[in-house]
Design a protein around this ligand. Structure first.
Ligand SMILES: C[S@@+](CC[C@H](N)C(=O)[O-])C[C@H]1O[C@@H](n2cnc3c(N)ncnc32)[C@H](O)[C@@H]1O
Length: 275
């Protein structure tokens, strides 16, 4: 049963996914991991009573605390009245306006909307998010960090962001306690990936996910001459006849890097000839 549906201590359904953090060590770890500090902008989605908002504000970062439940919002507003770093926003995390300038997210998110939130944060090619530290269901975190994810959507997120699990969080760290373990999911933008590489990676991933049984050499061979495809695959440790669906996202990313270097080299040669 999903974590948000029921809890150990409550037999009533918990549709709003309210599991307030009661372990300050978990909040401290999340905030430390985020690296938040003066000059940073942090968005917290689902702020509850402020278990993360308080240590976030203490870093000196500017915090936008988004919460949908008006009762929590009223308490948050009282708690942070006069605290310049914190702006409490009553809104739905799925539709609230997100910053244009680079920002981080630190949040114990409502688990029922984990996919919707990651889609919002990570999907747009132009998203300004630089990093996120999230508490999510353990199983969800495992799916997000699988090097060979089931869905193209997750592969696309992984192509631009590193997703990893920093630790397991036990049900007792929350009130009410959920029925399953949670994970501290860490998301970091891959800063060394160029826009051209990202675009090529997207095309390679689309091809690979459309025909996962097709040999990798054919998927890559649609973009470069066959011999080059063969060489590139063997140099990255991939057997050219291997099924495209068995190749990890990071390998497609490396291959996309090689293709974009080829394209840049070809452009330089053409310009030199024209000069
Ligand atoms: C898991 S609790 C975390 C609360 C707090 N951050 C903490 O760690 O104690 C999730 C919070 O998200 C709020 N929430 C649920 N759905 C929401 C939505 N669509 N938009 C914004 N907040 C939402 C709930 O009211 C709840 O306060």
């Amino acid at each position: 049963m999903p974590r948000h549906a029921r809890t150990h201590s409550h037999s009533r359904p918990n549709h709003a996914g309210i599991h307030l953090l009661r372990d300050p060590a978990v909040s401290a770890r999340m905030v430390r991991s985020s690296g938040a500090g003066p000059g940073d902008l942090v968005v917290e989605l689902g702020a509850g009573l402020g278990a993360l908002t308080v240590p976030l504000a203490a870093t000196g970062a500017r915090v936008i605390a988004v919460e949908r439940d008006p009762r929590f919002v009223a308490k948050l507003q009282r708690r942070f009245d006069g605290v310049g770093e914190v702006r409490v926003v009553e809104a739905d995390a799925r539709t609230v306006m997100l910053p244009r300038r680079p920002y981080a997210v630190v949040a114990n998110i409502p688990y029922a909307i984990s996919t919707a939130l990651l889609r919002r944060l990570l999907d747009p090619e132009t998203t300004s998010i630089s990093r996120a530290d999230l508490l999510v269901e353990w199983g969800f975190a495992k799916r997000m960090t699988d090097p060979n994810p089931r869905d193209l959507e997750v592969a696309w997120w992984q192509a631009r962001f590193e997703l990893s699990i920093a630790g397991r969080v036990r049900p007792g760290s929350f009130r009410p306690a959920p029925s399953v373990d949670s994970a501290h999911l860490v998301v970091r933008r891959r800063t060394s990936v160029t826009r051209a590489q990202t675009r090529l990676a997207r095309r390679l991933l689309q091809d690979a996910y459309r025909s996962p049984r097709r040999p990798a050499r054919e998927v890559l061979g649609a973009h470069v001459p066959k011999k080059r495809a063969h060489r590139l695959l063997t140099s990255t440790g991939i057997d050219p006849p291997a099924a495209a669906g068995t190749i990890p996202v990071t390998t497609w990313l490396t291959l996309a890097g090689e293709l974009s270097a080829d394209a840049a080299g070809a452009g330089r040669t053409a310009r030199a000839r024209g000069a």
